[in-house]
Design a protein around this ligand. Structure first.
Ligand SMILES: NC(=O)c1ccc[n+]([C@@H]2O[C@H](COP(=O)([O-])OP(=O)(O)OC[C@H]3O[C@@H](n4cnc5c(N)ncnc54)[C@H](O)[C@@H]3O)[C@@H](O)[C@H]2O)c1
Ligand SMILES: [Zn+2]
Length: 360
């Protein structure tokens, strides 16, 4: 699958194909023909499994291996990385090649945005989440002590190349987290993918690279299309917040320790569907159907025990808030999501009460 994403800095291709890593060098050359240096940025886990293949295929001028994990997605890490890019001779015509999960593509993409006031980047996502979500759309950035992704830049890459064969080494837990974003994307834009997911399982997908590649391709295409129509995220792209308004509040209310991001999104998808039913936007039964799919994919449909008021306080801090009402992306049906400003606080509270464990 190959689809172009349009951006203010020109269109770039997103390629999804099993075995694509074998021709990554040619694809990079086509995307950045006059490139001088090529520096790979990756993390220790990806390096352990795929470092050799990456070095062999790309013949880079240098490789920077970062410690894995969200804790390392900081300004300090970017500063260190910028130093290393200089050491490896990355001048204004060089290319940063980010090979990793969303942490690596966000962080290295941001370093590319500010190194020498901006050099080209190529993204080789290696996690399911990065292939279907993080690597597409040009958002880059880091976390600060005040919150996740608070600093960054829109810096579209020159190429996104996904080789779903690399998912063979992705830990099962990371697969499940990525599947929450797959369910989200199917709900927004691909009803038939949603139906196919209803007939599969985590292990079936992991064992069938062709099925996994097809799933990645359909989600990548859906995100590419939304971002092409709304690069700066002030319109249609906000549909991708489905499950995230409540998901983020739950993550924050549990100090980012109670639930992984994917788990929080799954609870958010179910809870927001209940809210949509309560507001008369969605037919009864939608939330139950989403919950059944989440359970099938081993995702939770309820968070830990936290006070509703505590979760609500994080909802209020949501940066997508418009005036007094809260801006949600709410499911109307499978394959149909709408942006809705919700002022009905009682309905939100009821939905939240169902999102957290009863003992709270
Ligand atoms: N820019 C965007 O639009 C956007 C969108 C969604 C998420 N994100 C960001 O993405 C990040 C989450 O991405 P993630 O879930 O990929 O996290 P991650 O980069 O931390 O990767 C998850 C784990 O899987 C490992 N891993 C990755 N690929 C592997 C492979 N092929 N084999 C073995 N291990 C592998 C990593 O080392 C890490 O331990 C968050 O920081 C989030 O903010 C950005
Ligand atoms: Zn997400």
């Amino acid at each position: 699958m190959r689809v172009d994403v349009s951006s203010a800095r020109g269109p770039y291709p997103v390629v999804v194909e099993p075995g694509a890593l074998a021709r990554a060098a040619a694809e990079i050359e086509a995307a950045a023909p006059d490139a001088t240096a090529r520096v790979i940025v990756t993390d220790e886990n990806v390096d352990a499994h795929h470092g050799e293949a990456l070095r062999e295929r790309l013949r880079p001028s240098g490789v920077v291996v970062l410690p894995p994990g969200e804790e390392g997605k900081t300004f300090r890490a970017v500063e260190g990385l910028l130093d290393r890019l200089v050491e490896h001779g990355l001048d204004r015509r060089g290319v940063v090649v980010a090979a990793g999960g969303g942490v690596v593509t966000d962080l290295a993409g941001f370093a590319a945005a500010i190194h020498l006031r901006g050099v080209r980047s190529v993204l080789l996502p290696t996690s399911l989440l990065a292939m279907v979500d993080a690597a597409i759309g040009g958002k880059t950035g880091v976390d600060t002590p005040r919150g996740k992704n608070l600093v960054g830049a829109f810096w579209p890459p020159r190429l996104v190349l996904s080789d779903p064969a690399l998912l063979g080494s992705l830990p099962r837990r990371e697969w499940i987290g990525g599947l929450a974003e797959v369910v989200k994307t199917a709900l927004i834009a691909d009803a038939s993918l949603f139906e196919e997911l209803e007939a599969t399982s985590v292990d079936a997908l992991r064992a069938d690279p062709r099925a996994a590649a097809g799933t990645v391709a359909r989600c990548a295409r859906a995100k590419a299309e939304l971002c092409s129509r709304d690069e700066r995220d002030d319109g249609e792209r906000q549909l991708l917040n489905l499950g995230h308004t409540i998901g983020h509040a739950l993550e924050a209310a549990t100090g980012f320790r109670g639930l992984s991001h994917g788990e929080a999104v799954a609870v958010g998808l179910v809870t927001e569907a209940r809210l949509a039913e309560r507001l008369g936007l969605a037919a009864d039964g939608l939330a139950a159907r989403i919950a059944a799919l989440c359970r099938r994919l081993e995702l939770p449909v309820r968070g830990p025990a936290v006070e509703v008021a505590h979760v609500r306080s994080f909802l209020r801090a949501d940066k997508k808030r418009e005036g007094r009402a809260l801006r949600f992306a709410l499911p109307v049906a499978v394959g149909h999501v709408e942006r809705v400003d919700v002022a009905d606080e009682a309905a939100i509270d009821l939905a939240l009460a169902e999102a957290v464990a009863e003992s709270a």
